[in-house]
Design a protein around this ligand. Structure first.
Ligand SMILES: C[S@@+](CC[C@H](N)C(=O)[O-])C[C@H]1O[C@@H](n2cnc3c(N)ncnc32)[C@H](O)[C@@H]1O
Length: 215
């Protein structure tokens, strides 16, 4: 199926809306089932120990960040999201509330992290994000996104049985339609094969994972 990026309902809800809060709780469960946080931890531990400056795009409720800050040996961890800073955000880390396209400090980051964020953007926006990366000091990109396979919509529907919120079910389906396959993400970001090496993995639980490094 061709890729289709459409607006997600959660993005238009106020952070205090009960549906938004329920959907964010579902997202924590989805991250657990997909093994996303554990995967980031493993990659940071095995492949990023030499890097010190981390930037996370679309950090949401900060759950991944807080786990990684505790376990990694990073010198700086900055999170960028439209959402306000989480209440229990650690003092050692920075939270920038705003649009990632307006963020101006990509030049201080070494490792870019993104979990379930890049699928929000259409092809033009992904190309703009690619430009921001090219012009930055980012040398490593670690990304986890939805894999665009219809099979994962059946898995999502099972979430209905355990009480997933209607926003989660709608946005989950939209997210799968906007997900990636094979080399699509590095190509949409405009990562040139002469300058970047990457590895892509697609999992049974619906994750599309990319680790890219400057050559
Ligand atoms: C599906 S949520 C994922 C949140 C978190 N990474 C997680 O896995 O729980 C996508 C996040 O991207 C953020 N986001 C989407 N577009 C953004 C933009 N243009 N600038 C900053 N943040 C954005 C949203 O506010 C939301 O928190």
């Amino acid at each position: 199926m061709p890729r289709l990026a459409q607006p997600e309902k959660l993005d238009s809800l106020d952070a205090t809306d009960p549906d938004a809060q329920a959907s964010r709780r579902d997202l924590v469960k989805i991250n657990r089932w997909m093994g996303n946080f554990a995967w980031f931890e493993k990659i940071l531990d095995r492949q990023c120990s030499g890097w010190k400056h981390f930037l996370e795009m679309g950090a949401g409720g900060g759950e991944l960040a807080m786990r990684l800050i505790q376990k990694s040996r990073c010198a700086t961890y900055t999170a960028v999201d439209r959402m306000p800073m989480p209440e229990n955000w650690p003092q050692s880390a920075r939270w920038h509330q705003g649009d990632l396209f307006q963020y101006t400090e990509y030049t201080t980051a070494e490792v870019l992290l993104a979990n379930l964020v890049l699928h929000h953007f259409d092809d033009n926006e992904l190309s703009r994000i690619g430009d921001l990366i090219q012009q930055s000091s980012i040398a490593k990109i670690v990304v986890n996104e939805p894999c665009r396979r219809s099979f994962h919509k059946f898995q999502l529907r099972a979430g209905k049985l355990i009480g997933f919120n209607h926003i989660t079910l709608y946005d989950g389906s939209v997210s799968i339609d906007a997900g990636f396959r094979a080399n699509e993400l590095p190509e949409l970001l405009g990562l040139a094969t002469t300058r970047w090496h990457w590895r892509i993995e697609e999992t049974l639980m619906g994750a599309y994972r990319m680790i890219a490094e400057r050559a």
